[in-house]
Design a protein around this ligand. Structure first.
Ligand SMILES: [Zn+2]
Length: 325
């Protein structure tokens, strides 16, 4: 049987439903205006797309931060709120754009005797969008680039909307990725437990599914491994209960000829008690003192420029066969 892990109760404070959307909308409108100016002045579509994702991420971060402050424990609602704030921000940015252009047109036509309200009547929001879609823009070079207009502009607007809503939703939900103590009504606090190098990866990775707590609290070392396992405890600061353990590995990989530090989540929030925490702490301390288990053939040194050496190392098989449940 798989080991029990933490999952949100789905509850949320009323406060989170007020401040979450408020923070998402406020940051969204502000960031969207900055975004419109940035996209206007930077004519590179790839940079523009990164800006689009950054806009969504900013909105999601703000909404998620406020939702967490308001004790929201519902990932689906958080994602929905983040995405909705993203849609509102994009809509607001088009409205702001319309007002800026309208002000210019009103100034120009005032000289010909047209009043501001007459111009506004003739150049409403819908007309503005149609006009922008018709005039379109060019991908790549301003002169020789591929012209885009009409339905393609609407399509790109739709992709932009989807990217912002998607990024904002995911980021908002991610902020809540922390256990919550329902009896004390507060978030658990993180505390590092220790690390193990070189850690046998597969036994840890498969421990939850195999229901193998021993593999987690007495993790083994593997001389062929290049990974460090880092254990983090999530514990309620008030009652000291509601304790959960997470594990992440870090390792070095060669990417584009450069050594970069990489990390990967191994498991999140497995329920653990005080005795098991002590066992884990002792085995982490003990493992570092013991000599490494004998290693068969040496790892072949990767040639410079070859892709990541990690994939070349075969993971060790699990120590026990999977248990029948
Ligand atoms: Zn508690």
């Amino acid at each position: 049987m798989a080991l029990p892990t933490y999952s949100h109760s789905g509850r949320m404070g009323l406060a989170s439903l007020l401040i979450g959307p408020a923070a998402g909308l406020a940051s969204g409108v502000l960031l969207a205006v900055i975004y419109q100016y940035a996209v206007y002045f930077i004519p590179f579509i790839y940079v523009n797309f990164l800006l689009t994702l950054a806009l969504g991420a900013g909105i999601g971060f703000a909404a998620g931060f406020a939702l967490k402050l308001g004790k929201c424990r519902n990932g689906a609602i958080a994602q929905l709120i983040g995405a909705a704030c993203g849609v509102c921000a994009i809509a607001a940015s088009h409205v702001v754009n319309h007002r800026i252009v309208l002000a210019d047109v009103q100034k120009e036509l005032a000289a010909q005797g047209m009043s501001a309200s007459e111009v506004e009547g003739a150049f409403d929001f819908g007309t503005f969008l149609d006009m922008r879609a018709e005039s379109g823009w060019k991908i790549g070079n301003k002169v020789s680039g591929v012209p885009i207009s009409g339905p393609f502009v609407w399509l790109i607007w739709l992709i932009e909307l989807g990217a912002v809503a998607g990024a904002a939703g995911v980021l908002a939900k991610m902020q809540l990725n922390q256990p919550f103590c329902e009896s004390c009504d507060q978030w658990a606090a993180r505390e590092p437990v220790g690390s193990l190098t070189p850690a046998a990866f597969t036994p840890l990775k498969t421990a939850i599914d195999r229901g193998d707590m021993a593999a987690i609290i007495t993790p083994s070392r593997d001389p062929k491994s290049d990974k460090t396992a880092n254990f983090t405890l999530h514990r309620c600061p008030s009652c000291g209960k509601s304790t959960y353990l997470s594990c992440k590995v870090t390792y070095k990989a060669i990417e584009k000829g450069k050594a970069t530090e990489k990390s990967e989540d191994v498991f999140d929030f497995v329920a653990i008690d005080d005795g098991q925490i002590d066992t884990l702490k002792q085995s982490l301390a003990g493992a570092q003192r013991e000599p490494l288990p004998k290693m068969a053939p040496a790892i072949k040194k990767p040639l410079p420029g070859k892709p990541t050496p990690v994939a070349a190392i075969k993971p060790t098989p699990p120590r026990r066969p999977p248990q029948q449940s």
